[in-house]
Design a protein around this ligand. Structure first.
Ligand code: PHE
Length: 416
């Protein structure tokens, strides 16, 4: 069954476009990567380096990618396919997104299980299984990953306007309400100043290459750059005929601003409740699945806050995963959707066995999960970012030349 690309049904509205890119940017990267990196890499000094990377590299690449998608009205794959030198890179976006989604789906599936278990605990008052123990049950992690991929694929299959845009338009305002509610909760319980000091208090950290590359890598990951997401979404927006550069800059600033504000607020909430309950800061899955459950059991209204928190994390993960899945597709057929979903799930098994505590598998000294994360954020994303940068500059120069042909002295003085 083929779903033809009807521009009226498939194209984003302008507001839906900006919200969907905000949804793609706001994800697990904000919830566990950013606060942990900030706390472990020197609080305010990391923030400063990150903001510089964001302004000097992140936002320009974001704007370029958006303009390229919108002005060419082609996906990156179609564009590269028609460009002789870039042809070999045409599968890079799909490859990059498949690798990222394969580990993203496992963690997101785990969050879905945590949400279900926390609802069950709130209703029955009993804890049947603590969700941090899920790593001991690889089958449940694998099936949760499959469920998450299936939800992602179903939303994408509904199309841009009815699937992706609708999801983002509904859940982003909900996210804002949840996050402000959680900030108010921390403030009301007197935790907020502790989190604030921890995150923004100056620490003795010297500027190093490691710090800069971590901040730059995070700017790419959190803005969903270097994966073709921004380019692909840009091509689903009707062509901007009036001031495409100005509107690209305006949208880029809104998206980067919303993403950074969200990361700072979620960091503030996490560290406020951690320090308010005298817990040590942890990072990655450890923070969400091991430390936070203990925190929730200690704070007032903990079981409600726990459910609200997991709804927030799940929704953030979903708005990001749909953007990755959309880039992986070449057609909109049901058969291709199922094939890609199963491929992602098959790859995600490598992440399941990376997290499985009794028998974690390692290859060349690290788990497949760590390799996937490193290859995508350190190699494939920057590579695609360089291609975007180069393509945008060349197209920009050609466009300027085409509009204003250089006057030669002969042109004005010739009597002919
Ligand atoms: N930006 C998302 C996050 O912060 C992750 C992501 C990466 C989404 C690449 C799409 C593409 O979690």
């Amino acid at each position: 069954m083929k779903c033809a690309r009807n521009p009226k049904i498939q194209a984003f509205t302008r507001m839906g476009f900006v919200l969907s890119l905000c949804g793609s940017a706001i994800g697990l990267g904000n919830i566990w990567k950013f606060p942990t990196m900030m706390a472990s890499s020197g609080g305010s000094s990391f923030l400063l380096v990150y903001l510089v990377c964001l302004c000097l590299i992140g936002i320009p690449v974001l704007v370029f990618e958006m303009i390229l998608g919108n002005t060419t009205q082609m996906t990156p794959r179609a564009y590269f396919k028609h460009t002789r030198i870039l042809k070999i890179f045409r599968h890079l976006p799909a490859l990059n997104n498949t690798l990222i989604l394969s580990f993203y789906a496992v963690i997101s599936g785990w969050i879905l299980l945590a949400l279900l278990l926390s609802v069950q605990k709130a209703l029955t008052g009993q804890e049947t299984l603590n969700y941090h123990l899920m790593v001991n049950y690889p089958w449940s992690l694998g099936l949760a990953g499959l469920l998450f991929v299936a939800i992602t694929a179903t939303i994408c299959q509904r199309g841009i306007r009815d699937g992706i845009e609708k999801l983002n338009v509904i859940v982003l305002p909900m996210l804002m309400v949840i996050i402000l509610g959680l900030v108010a909760y921390c403030f009301g319980h007197g935790f907020l100043s502790l989190g604030f000091d921890y995150m923004f208090g100056a620490r003795n950290v010297s500027l190093s290459v490691g710090l800069v590359s971590a901040a730059l890598g995070h700017a790419f990951f959190t803005l969903s750059l270097g994966t073709g997401v921004v380019w692909t979404y840009g091509h689903f927006l009707a062509k901007e005929r009036h001031k495409p550069v100005a509107s690209g800059i305006q949208n880029g600033l809104i998206i980067a601003g919303a993403d950074t504000a969200f990361a700072l607020l979620i960091g503030l909430i996490i560290f406020s409740v951690l320090l308010g309950t005298h817990m040590n800061a942890a990072g990655g899955p450890d923070l969400i699945f091991r430390v936070l459950p203990v925190v929730f059991s200690k704070i007032p209204l903990g079981s409600v806050i726990e459910i609200v928190f997991f709804v927030l994390v799940f929704v953030c993960a979903l708005t990001s995963s749909v953007s990755m899945f959309e880039v992986m597709r070449h057609t909109r057929t049901v058969r291709e959707t199922i094939r890609l979903g199963l491929l992602t799930w098959a790859l995600s098994i490598l992440t399941v066995v990376s997290l499985n505590t009794p028998s974690t598998i390692t290859v060349f000294g690290a788990t497949p999960f760590v390799h996937f994360d490193t290859i995508t954020t350190r190699v494939l994303m920057p590579l695609f970012g360089i291609l975007v940068f180069g393509t945008a500059i060349i197209r920009g120069v050609l466009a300027i030349k085409a509009r204003r042909p250089l006057k030669t002295p002969h042109a004005s003085s010739s009597p002919l």
